[in-house]
Design a protein around this ligand. Structure first.
Ligand code: ZN
Length: 72
């Protein structure tokens, strides 16, 4: 599992310079930015905090996110 300490310090890389960019964990394996709606998968216990990756899922409703996330 990803440690809670790590999750608490992670922020959305697209938002963090101007906004809180707080992430909410969903389905255990997704982190959703509360500011922009980008969604970052957790793959093999590693959060994939890439803006390109978040962009791919920004228009996907949280209930439609694949679990587990697709391998990269
Ligand atoms: Zn964001």
């Amino acid at each position: 599992m990803v440690s809670q300490d790590l999750l608490e310090i992670l922020r959305c890389p697209a938002c963090v310079r101007e906004k809180p960019g707080l992430l909410v964990r969903t389905h255990d394996v997704w982190l959703i930015c509360q500011d922009c709606g980008r969604k970052y998968p957790i793959v093999d216990d590693i959060p994939v905090m890439l803006i390109d990756e978040g962009d791919k899922w920004v228009n996907t409703a949280s209930e439609l996110l694949p679990v587990p996330p697709p391998a990269r």
